[in-house]
Design a protein around this ligand. Structure first.
Ligand SMILES: [Zn+2]
Length: 212
């Protein structure tokens, strides 16, 4: 569902460009709005959310899919935690569909999906692990890296229940905007993947904007 935002970029309290292969980690307070902007198009923003006051509570794809009765995320989707509490709501979306089933790239999956020699290529899971290692105070560890959201990524579920990684449907300037329903840690890996048509084999920067 396409819903445009009425928020003005000049009124942000924080904005940051994140290059492909880098991570973004910030706390967004309850009531604040965060926008993920696909600057050049067809990028994938692999995202995890945690309750900032208790990081053992985190985004849950299974609870979210069950509660909304839809495998895709878009405007109106409420992102649920593993304690089945609402964490964030997608309040604007100019892309129209986001994946939460396909998972993030890892060096291991690169070898299975693409080729053995892809093992050493940088992957989203590496960026998340680096983020939690460089931000020890948050109390996150490897076991907290679980199923995620791939904003802007097009992973259609086929009629026989399989996943197909398809060409991206996002474009330059498209965005998704979420209102925090609790204080959340936002952890994004701006995907460095070079082997997947979802990003046209060309990882590009994203920008993250926050409003009060
Ligand atoms: Zn990735």
């Amino acid at each position: 569902m396409i819903i445009e935002s009425s928020l003005q970029a000049e009124a942000t309290i924080d904005r940051e460009v994140v290059n492909a292969g880098d991570y973004y980690l910030k706390v967004v307070k309850k009531g604040q709005t965060v926008r993920i902007l696909d600057l050049e198009g067809n990028q994938a923003a692999d995202t995890l959310f945690y309750n900032a006051n208790n990081v053992s509570e985190r985004y849950s794809a299974t609870d979210t899919i069950r509660e909304q009765g839809n495998v895709y995320l878009t405007a109106g989707s409420v992102l649920m935690s593993n304690e089945c509490k609402p964490m964030l709501k997608i309040v604007a979306d100019t892309c129209g569909r986001h994946d939460t089933v396909g998972g993030a790239c890892a060096t291991e999956s690169n070898t299975v999906r693409y080729a053995l020699e892809k093992k050493c290529m940088h992957a989203c899971r590496d960026s998340w692990l680096l983020a939690i290692a460089e931000n020890e105070a948050l109390g996150l560890s490897k076991k907290d890296i679980t199923h995620n959201i791939n904003f802007f990524m097009n992973v259609p579920v086929t009629s026989d229940g399989k996943l197909s990684f398809a060409d991206g449907i996002s474009g330059a300037g498209k965005y998704v905007e979420l209102e925090a329903l609790m204080d959340v840690v936002v952890l994004i890996s701006n995907c460095p993947q070079l082997n997947n048509p979802c990003n046209a084999y060309n990882p590009t920067p994203i920008e993250i904007l926050i409003w009060n």
